[in-house]
Unconditional design. Structure first.
Length: 269
């Protein structure tokens, strides 16, 4: 059995104030934690052995019948549990329609050297992605495509932003994720014998005409500026997605999905 559940009803409670602060990056980094909201996201964190520090819940917001079991699971794994009133939970939730579950998880930092790669790794490298929703969707897509890791270069968006966690539907916990500088990533990929395929509208070759089997890293650029000069210069193969209409580019998350699943098709996954 976990520790007794504490009840919180006051909006002025210090824990409530701290949860609100954790929506911002500096308080998150100072505390070394981040927020995980939602049944599916918390379940995936627990499935991957993430040791949640705290779990906050409000039965008035529950959508199903499985929430008590999840809370008990979090408690059994060491999380401290707090029951909130409906109004108090609405104060700390960042979703428009919360489901009554919010957890605090420890941040982590994984290095390139810690990645355990198979003989023919399939990697996704993203550079300077600006929108948390896009980064979360990209993580979700990488998981669906079976990528062995995602490497975030020169990040504009914090990977622990609540909207990254939300848009990834908790996949943040299941895909090995590294944050590193582009120069170090490119050198590491070269040392590992991993070929880099970079998407850019200026490329001559069509993405589906390129062999995407073997050790591979798909490299995607930011929403506004695309890939930096560094990656355009150092990537092994630049490719483009053909555009038939008036738009000259796709949303980066959509472009990532298209490119990754062409690789999935070729690799026979």
């Amino acid at each position: 059995m976990g520790a007794p559940i504490e009840s919180i009803s006051s909006l002025q409670n210090p824990r409530i104030k701290q949860l609100v602060k954790l929506r911002d990056r500096r308080p998150r980094d100072d505390a070394g934690v981040f927020l995980v909201e939602g049944y599916r996201e918390i379940r995936r964190a627990l499935e991957k052995g993430v040791l949640l520090r705290e779990i906050y819940f409000s039965p008035d917001w529950f959508l199903g019948e499985n929430e008590p079991a999840l809370i008990a699971q979090a408690q059994a794994a060491g999380a401290q549990a707090f029951e909130l009133t409906k109004d108090t939970f609405a104060k700390v939730a960042y979703r428009e329609r919360p489901d009554g579950l919010l957890a605090v998880a420890p941040q982590w930092k994984r290095t390139l050297a810690e990645l355990k790669l198979p003989p023919a790794p399939f990697l996704l490298v993203v550079e300077a992605i600006e929108k948390p929703g896009n980064l979360g969707t990209i993580l979700r897509s990488a998981d669906a495509a079976g990528c062995d890791a995602v490497i975030v270069c020169d990040p504009v968006t914090d990977i622990f932003n609540p909207n990254v966690v939300r848009a990834s539907t908790g996949v943040l916990f299941s895909v090995p994720l590294v944050v590193e500088e582009s120069t170090r990533v490119q050198a590491w990929l070269r040392d590992q014998g991993v070929r880099t395929v970079a998407t850019t509208p200026a490329a001559e070759k069509i993405y589906s005409d390129i062999d995407l089997r073997g050790p591979l890293a798909v490299v995607m650029g930011s929403e506004q500026y695309g890939l930096s000069e560094f990656w355009l210069k150092h990537a092994d193969t630049p490719v483009r997605i053909p555009m038939m209409g008036q738009a000259d580019s796709l949303n980066v998350a959509m472009a990532t999905i298209i490119t990754l699943f062409e690789a999935v098709r070729q690799r026979g996954k």
